[in-house]
Write a protein that binds this ligand. Structure first.
Ligand SMILES: *Cc1c(COP(=O)(O)O)cnc(C)c1O
Length: 397
């Protein structure tokens, strides 16, 4: 049996194991020091009561004749309807909303809509699954020394106000955009999204818009979905998730909007194709998770989402202000749970080591998210208040 060559092409997943290795080595050499992690993208706070009650009552109902349910391939209709209402002003039909077991899983599956022949463009730095998912399906081509032949990296740095140079994108590309961004924390403006949408419609490209952090947006002028922009329904797919706003990282629930208006070059419906892909390789999200999701979108649940995202945003504010007071340039952390800190002239790993050795704080080296992340580190606001407080006190001290 030979391996799928695409698997051998995936980046070795070196980032988080290397962080863990350096942290462990430090801890072994300094057993009395309490290391605090501001490095991970995992949530830390418990699920709030209304959402948890939705999960619990569904689990219980499954043991009763009336409450039992089996496969629910396409997702509960009431959940799809509620998602359309809460996030999109009700403008999407339930058949345009697909329930999933999470945004990352959908990112991995979505590439199947376009196959390996499609050119791919990603923001750089980016959430790793955009590149690795493309590599896995074979769309990335082989490594040619500078990168994957089929993938165009679009640097997003302070030099271009974190907006990609769209002239680099080939026509007919699959264009991955994440806003609020992981790892930079940058949120695209409405004008920037409008520029992306105009470009995609003109060049026959499709935008895969990852809005997993939309509920962290507090600035009323910033768009929470790409579908706030006219024309997005003919060029964009939006992916979102209950993971970060409702603490469902382990529960597993997300959704994807594939508008009826989105078509392949010859006019074929991408919505129908997605329905076919999902029916073929996915058997629906957990009914327990879906009941939890519906509860999370009740009036009480929405207040909880607000409270939970406020909690992490308070951490983000503390980190941002602490770094700012030390004269370190940052973006993000105001409408997103990530703070992207720049250390000109230094490597990301060098800064990582200094933060670990001097302040006993774990961060994530920006270079792990793509070449344009070099000289940055990512601070994550996912943590308990008291840990973030202590980390900030160390950084001041
Ligand atoms: C955490 C995260 C997600 C959420 O993924 P799930 O599979 O729904 O848990 C999606 N996109 C980005 C950029 C993320 O950081």
């Amino acid at each position: 049996m030979k391996p799928n060559p695409c698997i051998e092409n995936i980046s070795p997943g070196y980032l988080f194991p290397e962080i863990a290795k350096r942290r462990t080595a430090y801890q072994q050499a300094h057993p009395d020091v309490r290391v605090i992690s501001l490095g991970v993208g995992n949530t830390t706070e418990p699920i709030f009561p209304a959402a948890a009650a939705g999960l619990a009552s569904e689990a219980k109902a499954l043991s009763t004749p009336d409450g039992y349910s089996g496969y629910q391939d396409e997702g509960r209709e009431d959940l799809r309807q509620r998602i359309s209402e809460v996030f999109y002003g009700g403008k999407f039909h339930i058949d345009e909303v697909f329930i999933s077991d999470g945004a990352k899983c959908d990112v991995g599956r979505l590439q199947l809509l376009f196959g390996r022949g499609v050119p791919v463009a990603v923001q750089d730095p980016a959430y790793p699954v955009y590149v690795d998912g493309s590599v896995l399906i074979g769309a990335a081509g082989a490594m040619d020394g500078t990168g994957y032949a089929g993938i165009t990296y679009l640097p997003c740095t302070p030099d271009n106000a974190f907006f990609p140079d769209l002239s680099l994108v080939q026509p007919g590309s699959l264009l991955y955009i994440c806003s609020p961004n992981n790892p930079t924390g940058y949120v695209m403006t409405r004008a920037q999204l409008a520029e992306l949408v105009a470009f995609a419609n003109k060049s026959g490209s499709v935008i895969l818009f990852d809005a997993a952090y939309s509920e962290f947006i507090r600035d009323a002028d910033l768009p929470k979905t790409i579908f706030e922009v006219d024309g997005a329904e003919t060029c964009a797919i939006e992916i979102n998730s209950f993971s970060k706003p409702a603490g469902f990282t382990g529960v597993r629930l997300g959704w994807t909007v594939v508008p009826f208006g989105l078509a392949y070059e010859g006019g074929g419906s991408i919505n129908k194709a997605w329905s076919r892909v999902m029916a073929t390789i996915f058997n629906g999200a957990s009914n327990i998770a879906q009941a939890g999701g519906l509860a999370a979108l009740s009036e009480a649940g929405l207040k909880e989402i607000r409270a939970l995202t406020d909690y992490y945003l308070e951490n983000a504010r503390r980190i941002r202000e602490t770094l700012g007071a030390r004269g370190i340039a940052t973006v993000g952390g105001d409408n997103s749970p990530y703070i992207w800190a720049q250390f000109p002239g230094r490597t990301s790993w060098d800064v990582f080591d200094e933060l670990l050795n001097t302040y006993h704080i774990v961060t994530t080296p920006g270079s792990g998210f793509g070449p344009a992340g070099e000289s940055f580190v990512r601070f994550s606001a996912f943590g308990h208040h008291k840990d973030v407080e202590e980390a900030c006190a160390r950084l001041v001290g």
